[in-house]
Structure formats: C-alpha cells, structure tokens
Design a protein around this ligand. Sequence first.
Ligand code: GLP
Length: 242
Amino acid sequence: MEMIVAKNYEELSQISAQMIAEFIQKKQDAVLGLATGSTPVGMYKKLIGYHNKEGLDFSKIITFNLDEYVGISPNHPQSYHKFMKETFFSHINISTSNIHIPRGDQPQIEKQCESYEQAIKDAGGIDIQVLGIGSNGHIGFNEPGSSPEEKTRVVQLTESTIQANARFFGDEALVPRLAISMGIKTILESSKKIILLASGEEKANAVQGMIEGEISTQLPASLLQLHKNVIVIADQPAAKNL
Ligand code: GLP
C-alpha cells in the first residue's frame, strides 16, 4: 500500500481530486467507483471546481457506487442516490445513463446484485475505486466478518455503523438495518486502482490496523493489503497511530 499523509482535510481533498482529474484527462471514458460518507465530499467539490473552471469533461465517464440502504427509495433524503445527486452528479455533465447505484427499494434484490456485478464486468472493470473507511474498518458496507469471497449482496449493518449514521437520520431507530454493498471480492477483483480516503482521529485505529495489522476479516479494510495498487490518503489525525 502506498501512503500519503495530507496536512489536513483540504489537502486530502485536493490530492485525491487531482489524481482523478488527471486520470480523466487521459481517459475520457474512465470507469470510476464512488463512495458516499462525509469524507469524499471535499474531493467531489474540488472535482466540480475542475469541471466549472477547467472544463473537465464527465460526459463519457461511467460510475458505480459502492452501496445503498435497503428499504428506502432514491428520493429519500438519506438515500445514497440523493446524496450523490446533490453532492456531485447534478453539478457535472455526467450522463444519467452512465450512473450506477444499487437500488434498495426493488423486489428481487438478489437478481439486481447479480446484474450489478455483470454491469461492472461489461464496463471493463473499475479504473479507480474511491473508498472511505468506517471507524470499525468497514469498506462500502462490508462490515467486520465479511469474507473476501463475497460479491455484491445484501448485508446487515452493525450496531456501531447504525450509531455512526444515526446523525443523518435524526434518530437511530430510523437508520435502515440492511444495505446492498459491493463485496470485498468485487472491490479487489474489479478495481485497477484503489484510493482510500481517511480523515479524522476516529479513523486512526482503523487506518493503523488496515496498514500495519494482519490481514483479517475482523477489519475488512486490511483485506486491501491483498490488492497491488492501493493508495491511502489520510490526514494527520487519521494517520496519527502510524
Ligand atoms: C458509510 C459508507 C461507507 C463510508 C463510511 C464512512 O458507512 N457506507 O462507504 O466509507 O460511511 O463515512 P464517513 O466518511 O462519513 O466517515
């Protein structure tokens, strides 16, 4: 794993956005794997800046998001569909037919998970996968205990993730208990390059375990040690245990 320690969140956002912008300039039909959560928001803002000021073109870019809650519609204020639209997609010239986000509100979820895997394959895999990290070491919604053999599927959220996300829903009871997530196998096998972003002291233990710890399903992010092209960009508080 390559490690970049950024001075602060601003620098983390700048470095990651620049990497993606430079890649898109070379490959206009790049396939990006995208993450939600608060960490990549700064990177999305900078990419919008590249689009507005320098004309960075997203018209041929294809995206696959990591995950979505089960049981809420794309219009729900806390759905990842809504988050991506408001934070990023509605500000750039991406074609809506090129955006892929799992749907958590449809019947036949298993079938949908299979089609999601197939769509990633049909797109030729993911050129750059952006990841955040949960304070329990989860990636996407692959919680501790997730096997590296799992593909896109329905997952049960852990109590710590439900608590961490309660702030968005106003009340812990309203946080969905299930989600659809790309699996660790999907992430490891379909991504040509992975950029993992970590910001803040509450991520310091997970970051240390991911980089210095043994590979363990108890800390899903440590499974990224199995991938050959991972860049971790952490700000100083998130890197403080290294
Ligand atoms: C959610 C998402 C993850 C994200 C994590 C961390 O659980 N499913 O993809 O990495 O939150 O979020 P934050 O960046 O807000 O700490």
